[in-house]
Design a protein around this ligand. Structure first.
Ligand code: SF4
Ligand code: SF4
Length: 423
């Protein structure tokens, strides 16, 4: 007898999705956790079977095996991209996590509830709080206080934290005009990107304007909501989504540009998030249809020839949410190959997750470390001196792994390299 029988209420994994699985196993060799463990339950087919077993009340929603597998999955969507049956696996795992989270809410300790509430409902909901927290981290990094993190048992977290630069990129309604504007781009400033990767946003704005798009950074935008959705709080994800939909509608922009793959995939899926919502479904679908990754935009615009060579061996780390969720793979490579002097050396398994996956490297440190080492081995075999990527999580995870391995390579966003090449 199950104590938490089946799925209940809103946001249930849909039988129409999990019953689509024909158990062919094509997805297995693409799944990072299956590659590491070679066990059926740690692969997509096994996890879909578990979701079905909970739906049919054969196992408990909070059984340790089910909770473990829903947590161990990276939600990297590699399985979804190769599935011949079109199983929308991301939907399954995200709704399953929502169900687990809701069932567990009553048994959380006060401290667990407070930490969760602070991270999701304060830090990511109020970006001024995130900027204040980042300023404290910057102070700790500059004064060497982060060394004390090891004493407090938080050495790993301190190592993975990005180096916080002197200035943040705060959306304040900035606007830069292109010479002969072909359209108006809305730049998504995000959350972590604002405080840790201001230089990437600056490079993105310069490249968009160079490409012929006037660019704005409206102040009423916010976090995309991916962090809440992946953590099983779909309701909060919808709150975040509404803010961005309204901000884009008000802006009058033609395209919503994102330079973080994880955010881009969440923003492109707002339509699904509001599926069945009479008030928001249409607005969300209209919004999502205008979202583009920056590499898609630049690849389609007339940029001309870059003037400054980058004489380096470069390898490309494909962010899962760009290649698998958004199916954008050729555009980033074309852009890199357009840079004179740059030699693109493909690594093995460039599309296998590096173990970052949002906060996965904090919640599943052992598997995250295994995948990080796997990625670092594949990078080092290329002899690359630059690792290009298009997502902040990958950049931090790969940089920390290379540092640990003593391998000297720069990790850069594609737009930074383009910005340098275009002078
Ligand atoms: S590839 Fe698709 S249909 Fe085949 S086992 Fe995997 S999820 Fe099921
Ligand atoms: S989302 Fe990624 S980790 Fe999860 S089952 Fe699919 S391939 Fe494996």
């Amino acid at each position: 007898m199950t104590v938490h029988p089946g799925f209940t209420g809103e946001d249930q994994p849909k039988a129409s999705i999990f019953n689509q699985c024909i158990r062919c196993g094509f997805c297995l060799p693409t799944c990072p956790t299956y590659l590491e463990t070679m066990t059926e339950t740690s692969g997509p087919r096994g996890r879909i079977g578990l979701v079905k077993a909970v739906a049919e009340e054969r196992i408990d929603l909070l059984s340790p095996g089910f909770v473990e597998q829903m947590s161990q999955c990276l939600d990297c969507r590699a399985c979804e991209a190769v599935c011949p049956s079109g199983v929308r696996y991301g939907q399954l795992v995200e709704t399953a996590r929502t169900q687990i989270q809701r069932a567990r809410a009553g048994s959380e300790t006060g401290m667990q509830r407070a930490v969760r509430g602070f991270v999701l409902r304060t830090l990511f909901a109020h970006l001024d709080v995130m900027r204040a927290a980042a300023a404290v981290l910057r102070f700790a990094q500059q004064t060497g206080l982060t060394a004390l993190a090891g004493v407090a048992g938080m050495g790993r977290q301190a190592k993975l934290a990005p180096k916080i630069p002197g200035a943040f990129f705060v959306p304040r309604g900035q606007r830069v005009e292109a010479k002969r504007p072909a359209g108006l781009a809305f730049l998504h400033a995000g959350c972590i990107m604002q405080v840790a990767f201001a230089r990437v946003h600056e490079a993105t704005m310069r490249m968009l304007v160079r490409s012929g798009l006037s660019t704005i950074v409206p102040s009423d935008q916010g976090c995309c909501g991916a962090i809440a959705i992946h953590a099983g709080d779909m309701a909060l994800g919808r709150e975040f989504a509404k803010r961005n939909i309204v901000a884009f509608e008000r802006s009058g922009a033609d395209v919503y540009v994102v330079n973080a793959a994880g955010c881009g995939s969440a923003l492109k899926e707002y339509a699904e998030l509001f599926d069945g919502d009479a008030e928001w479904a249409q607005r969300a679908a209209a919004f999502s249809s205008r979202v583009r990754d920056v590499t898609e935009v630049l690849d389609a615009m007339p940029l001309g020839e870059p003037s400054r060579p980058i004489d380096a061996r470069v390898t490309y780390q494909e962010p899962c949410h760009l290649v698998h969720a958004q199916r954008v793979s050729a555009a980033p490579r074309r852009l890199l190959q357009s840079i004179p002097g740059l030699r693109l050396i493909e690594m093995n398994e460039s599309a296998v997750c590096c173990g970052s996956a949002g906060v996965y490297n904090l919640t599943q440190p052992e598997m995250a470390s295994r995948l990080q080492r796997r990625k670092v081995e594949n990078v080092t075999r290329t002899g690359a001196t630059i690792v290009a990527t298009a997502n902040p999580g990958c950049a931090m995870q790969v940089a920390a792994g290379l540092h640990d391995a003593g391998y000297d390579a720069r990790v850069a966003h594609i737009v930074e390299l383009l910005d340098e090449a275009y002078g």
